[in-house]
Design a protein around this ligand. Structure first.
Ligand code: NAD
Length: 251
């Protein structure tokens, strides 16, 4: 895709699922990729996969809910490859789908800290260096739960928050040449869905999948291609947009 080759990309939550698929796609398009995650072993495996395909990648163990960790992630990216041109702020957890009255303050805080404050921490570090460097493109990971009640309440609130942060960041940093968009996937076949299926029952997931016009789960690679498109020159007039990738579920 135009404008990706030779660039520098950060992908959080890059040890698995959508993050890993996107890191692989960035690398296949010729970007140098810094993958960040709390899971050091699987993170190393992502780097191995990218290198085996002839790509360039570095792992930085990072907890996105920790502002110092994220500051150090961006610093290490600049030291290793230069100022990031692209970022996918993707690390996330699903939390519990129990009714609100059955969840504790800790349950709420855990999901908000990773999914929403995690994106905030990334934006505070990425936007300034991109703006100083003349521009860039950021994609934040929301969900159809960022546009509807498709999940547990803390998850839904955190993903709505990500859409709000995306719009605010796009409005503030557009003049500096930084585009900021969100992706809102439906059910994508990853370990997160395996865990949700264990909690809610396979039947519930199957009902959601069968309610989609395309009658199937999405693949991580189908989200990755949308993310890389949103970072490429092919989407040069798109910013502040929550892009739904859900097999038609929201229709
Ligand atoms: P996944 O569980 O396969 O991957 C999530 C990754 O995030 C894991 O590698 C995990 O270790 C990492 N992570 C968790 N907490 C972290 C933290 N504090 N700091 C750094 N890394 C952390 O899940 P996935 O399905 O690939 O999900 C990726 C993102 O996509 C999440 O934000 C999720 O909410 C979102 N999403 C997923 C779906 C889906 O159906 N799978 C749908 C919509 C949105």
């Amino acid at each position: 895709m135009n404008g990706i080759e030779g660039g520098v990309a950060i992908v959080t939550g890059g040890a698995a699922g959508i993050g890993r698929a996107t890191a692989e796609r960035f690398a296949a398009e010729g970007a140098s990729v810094v993958v960040a995650d709390i899971d050091a072993d699987d993170l190393a495996e992502t780097v191995d996969l990218i290198e085996a395909d002839g790509g360039e990648a570095t792992a930085v163990e990072t907890d996105v809910s920790d502002a110092d960790d994220v500051a150090s992630l961006v610093e290490k990216t600049i030291d290793t490859y230069g100022v990031p041109d692209f970022a996918l702020n993707n690390a996330g957890i699903e939390g519990s789908s129990a009714p609100i009255a059955d969840q504790s303050l800790e349950d709420w805080k855990r999901v908000i800290d990773v999914n929403q404050t995690g994106v905030w921490n990334c934006l505070t570090e990425e936007l300034a260096v991109m703006a100083d460097n003349g521009g860039g493109a950021v994609v934040n990971m929301s969900s159809i739960a960022g546009l509807s009640a498709a999940g547990g309440a803390p998850y839904v609130a955190s993903k709505h928050g990500v859409v709000g942060l995306t719009r605010a960041a796009a409005a503030q940093y557009g003049p500096a040449g930084v585009r900021v968009n969100a992706v809102c996937p439906g059910v994508i076949d990853t370990e997160m869905i395996d865990r949700a299926s264990d909690e809610m029952g396979e039947e519930t997931i199957d009902q959601i999948v069968q309610a989609k016009p395309l009658r199937r789960m999405g693949e991580p690679e189908e989200v990755a291609s949308a993310v890389v498109w949103l970072c490429s020159d092919e989407s040069s007039f798109v910013t502040g947009h929550p892009l739904v990738i859900d097999g038609g579920y929201m229709a």
